[in-house]
Design a protein around this ligand. Structure first.
Ligand code: HEC
Ligand code: HEC
Ligand code: HEC
Length: 108
């Protein structure tokens, strides 16, 4: 009886161990939502990161030449070339090119 319990405990520890290792190896998906800004920060844009990951390949954005290196160093040109142009193409899928769709009020 005792031996059986030990075996069960060992098996459980292995399952948990692999679970933790598996998580550590999983890809870093980054923040769920991100506020994008230019150096001036006059018109921040909301970017629902995980929502986009559900339908797009990571490299669609991360390897595009219009992708800024960090969330605070975007230019209008980059933002509109990457984000707005895709929204224009995907109106039928519910994407919007209305200014307030991305430049939501009250963002900082
Ligand atoms: C629609 C565009 C888009 C898609 C698709 C996308 N990302 Fe991102 N991701 C961004 C933006 C914008 C940022 C904000 C930081 C920046 O400007 O570099 C970001 C930031 C990140 C960060 C934070 C670290 C950093 O570089 O600032 C990680 C990690 C990340 N993304 C991983 C992923 C992974 C993994 C996938 C695919 C499962 C993915 N992203 C898909 C646009 C995207
Ligand atoms: C490859 C195409 C593509 C790119 C690139 C892209 N989007 Fe989108 N986006 C979509 C589509 C399609 C939708 C509508 C469907 C949805 O909400 O999942 C959407 C929806 C949104 C929404 C509304 C989501 C909501 O929950 O109301 C915002 C805000 C948004 N995108 C901002 C951005 C910003 C900012 C960028 C650039 C960093 C960006 N998107 C890049 C395709 C794209
Ligand atoms: C699909 C998302 C999206 C839509 C729609 C959109 N923009 Fe942008 N815009 C961005 C992103 C991303 C940036 C770069 C980061 C930031 O400053 O918000 C940007 C930057 C800007 C900037 C530069 C802000 C600064 O600090 O210098 C202006 C001005 C601007 N947009 C105006 C507009 C206007 C006006 C509209 C509507 C006609 C519009 N945008 C629609 C995503 C969008």
């Amino acid at each position: 009886m005792f031996k059986k319990a030990m075996l069960c405990a060992a098996a459980l520890a292995m399952v948990i161990g692999f679970g933790v290792a598996g998580n550590a190896l999983a890809q870093d998906k980054g923040p769920e939502t991100i506020v994008l800004k230019t150096a001036k920060g006059k018109k921040p844009a909301l970017f629902p990161h995980h929502n986009h990951q559900a339908r797009l390949d990571c490299k669609t954005c991360h390897e595009d030449s219009n992708f800024a290196k960090d969330a605070n160093s975007w230019t209008k040109k980059q933002g509109h070339a990457l984000c707005k142009s895709c929204h224009k193409k995907h109106k039928a899928d519910g994407a919007s090119t209305k200014c307030s769709n991305c430049h939501k009020k009250g963002l900082k």
